[in-house]
Design a protein around this ligand. Sequence first.
Ligand code: SF4
Ligand code: SF4
Length: 109
Amino acid sequence: MRVWVACANRDKGAMAMKVCKAACIGCGKCKKACPHDAITVENNLAYIDFNKCKLCRKCVLECPTHAITDAGFAMTAQAMAALAAEKKRQAEAKKAETQKQQGENDSNK
Ligand code: SF4
Ligand code: SF4
């Protein structure tokens, strides 16, 4: 089983996406999502420390360009349900954050 960043492009986001839609754009979402502090982002490119990585795959779900790839995982019904639940939790957290920001913006008007 393995999780890795399938990109070596150090260009900034828009430039990287010009050459490849699945490029790492250095957004840092994977780093924020990693509960084991296994990811660093340097020069617009994410790196995974395989000594720290616990193969939880939260970064795979979070990466907007799908630059992070996984392989060798048995996709059991339980694993699929766990991934779906994590994705739902992330979507709800994002929605709540957006609503909170809108509320703050409205109260500042
Ligand atoms: S698989 Fe989990 S532990 Fe490994 S880098 Fe991704 S988020 Fe971090
Ligand atoms: S989430 Fe994806 S695009 Fe963003 S820094 Fe991580 S690997 Fe790169």
